[in-house]
Design a protein around this ligand. Structure first.
Ligand SMILES: NC(=O)c1ccc[n+]([C@@H]2O[C@H](COP(=O)([O-])OP(=O)(O)OC[C@H]3O[C@@H](n4cnc5c(N)ncnc54)[C@H](OP(=O)(O)O)[C@@H]3O)[C@@H](O)[C@H]2O)c1
Length: 243
């Protein structure tokens, strides 16, 4: 039986992923801040799917603790999914040093430092898969969301390089680029219904794509075409648009 480690396990998408992988007969290791709050959720998965679920305390920004965190993870997982993320209002991200750093540290620095440790282990074992949840926001910087977008762009570039490096070791790395998803993160936003996915839909897409070794997954799929058009708009025109 495979074991999958989910980072940022309290996220709505992560919980949907935990349910999807549990239904697919994977044991789970859930890592999050205040992870005890996941005890009831974990119990439900154990009973419903007869799988092992263990909980680990982790703050993705506490980079100095990553090595000791990964050493305590037993058994070593066959798959790691990074679902942690942080998005505040753009105005706050561009005026508050604390929020700027939190945006960069959760979405980029923390994720990179942790995955470096996982990648070295998987490379030595010549097995495993890594799924990083980035965002369409990383495909092009927009005035309304460019600090979060910049962190996600960095994360997407990191995942691309990691995929390139680990290919020779038989370790697959998948980048996930969700468009709009109906979660806590977007609860205050008015999202276009036809372009918005539910967490369970995203989780099913991720599980299916990961099993097929897809490299880059857009979910919903239409976002691949939307971002294809957005990235083609000339910069001279793009800077005059209010996106
Ligand atoms: N929702 C969307 O429209 C959308 C679109 C594109 C990409 N994404 C990405 O999808 C992923 C999942 O997000 P979501 O939509 O499911 O949002 P969510 O429910 O708000 O989940 C975000 C999770 O990240 C965790 N987190 C934040 N800072 C952390 C830290 N320092 N250490 C550990 N965990 C931390 C939060 O944990 P706490 O519960 O402890 O705060 C929260 O559970 C994120 O990477 C997000 O950027 C979402």
């Amino acid at each position: 039986m495979n074991t999958v480690l989910i980072i940022g396990a309290k996220s709505d998408i992560a919980k949907a992923l935990a349910r999807a992988y549990a239904a697919n007969h994977s044991n789970l290791q859930l890592a999050a801040r205040k992870v005890h709050e996941l005890e009831t959720f974990a119990n439900d998965l154990r009973i419903r799917h007869r799988i092992d679920v263990s909980l680990y305390e982790l703050d993705i920004t506490a980079t100095a603790s990553h090595q000791s965190f990964y050493e305590t993870v037993t058994p070593k997982p066959q798959g790691v999914i990074v679902a942690s993320g942080y998005m505040c209002e753009q105005e706050a991200a561009q005026t508050s040093l604390e929020k700027t750093l939190q945006t960069l540290n959760v979405n980029f620095t923390g994720a990179v430092c942790l995955l470096n440790i996982v990648a070295n282990d998987f490379e030595a074992r010549q097995e495993g898969f890594i799924v990083g949840i980035s965002s369409v926001a990383g495909d092009r910087g927009r005035a309304s969301n460019y600090i979060y977008g910049a962190a996600k762009a960095g994360f997407s570039a990191y995942l691309s390089g990691l995929r390139n490096r680990l290919y020779a070791s038989g370790v697959h790395v998948m980048s996930v680029k969700p468009g709009f998803v109906n979660t806590k993160m977007t609860a205050a936003l008015r999202l276009s219904a036809p372009l918005t996915a539910q967490p369970d839909e995203v989780a099913e897409d991720i599980l299916n794509a990961q099993q097929r070794n897809v490299d880059i997954l857009y979910t919903k799929g239409i976002w691949r075409y939307i971002m294809g058009v957005i990235t083609l708009i000339p910069e001279s025109l793009f800077k005059k648009m209010h996106l």
